[in-house]
Design a protein around this ligand. Structure first.
Ligand SMILES: Nc1nc2c(c(=O)[nH]1)N[C@H]1C(S)=C(S)[C@@H](COP(=O)(O)O)O[C@H]1N2
Ligand SMILES: [Mo]
Length: 200
């Protein structure tokens, strides 16, 4: 932090405007999950993309996935339980790379995970440099409790959309509920519009 980043309130200016409504600043990295951490072996790991007709359009094993072009990025993340963590540091493969050339007219995606977790998103939100399949955190392999070996990272939506232990995307013509959405969480989940629950 530079000296000029201190505003008159004494708060770091870099935090100003970065907390969505109803969120508080978290300095640790909480672990939140509906099921125990699954054992995911990179020797059998795979990531697949299926299109709306059920066909498998893309498949990578771990070595193929790690050979894809990756990016290191710094993002703020926002959990619906009201914590926000600033400047989290990741490496991952952009979903633009994963979806490149996939022939589809689907509007939605179900992300699915080892262990059975699912979450739905508009396909457009995985495009445009806004979503990654991340496999490093703070310069080290992503820990299993945080979704390692690889998790979805969609920082512009509440963090439940960032499926840990992700194993692929199923492209869908219409929207469907994933795990938390079926239990009442919002279909889209924009933290800046406080879309926590269905109807928000
Ligand atoms: N597979 C899977 N992914 C998941 C979840 C889960 O229960 N299972 N929980 C979600 C929720 S609610 C949050 S807030 C984040 C938490 O990620 P973290 O444990 O790395 O902080 O993971 C999301 N991804
Ligand atoms: Mo969450």
């Amino acid at each position: 932090m530079s000296v000029i980043s201190r505003g008159f309130s004494g708060r770091r200016r870099s935090d100003d405007g970065r907390l969505p409504p109803g969120q508080y600043l978290e300095r640790g990295f909480p672990i939140l999950q509906a099921t125990p951490t699954p054992a995911v072996d990179t020797r059998t790991w795979q990531f697949t993309i299926t299109t709306e007709d059920g066909a498998t359009a893309r498949r990578w094993d771990w070595n193929e996935f790690k050979a894809l072009p990756s990016e290191r990025l710094t993002k703020d993340i926002h959990c619906v339980t009201k914590w926000t963590k600033l400047d989290t540091d990741w490496r991952g493969v952009s979903c633009d790379v994963l979806l490149d050339g996939v022939d589809t007219s689907a509007g939605y995606v179900m992300a699915r995970s080892y262990g059975g977790y699912t979450t739905n998103l508009p396909l457009a939100d995985l495009r445009g440099g806004r979503a990654w399949v991340a496999y490093e955190y703070d310069g080290a392999p992503l820990l299993p409790d945080h979704g390692g070996p690889a998790r979805l990272l969609v920082p512009h939506l509440y963090f439940w959309k960032s499926a840990k232990w992700v194993t692929g995307f199923d492209l869908m013509t219409g929207d469907k509920h994933g795990f938390w959405e079926e239990l009442g969480y919002h279909d889209y989940g924009d933290p800046w519009r406080e879309q926590r629950y269905q109807g928000d």
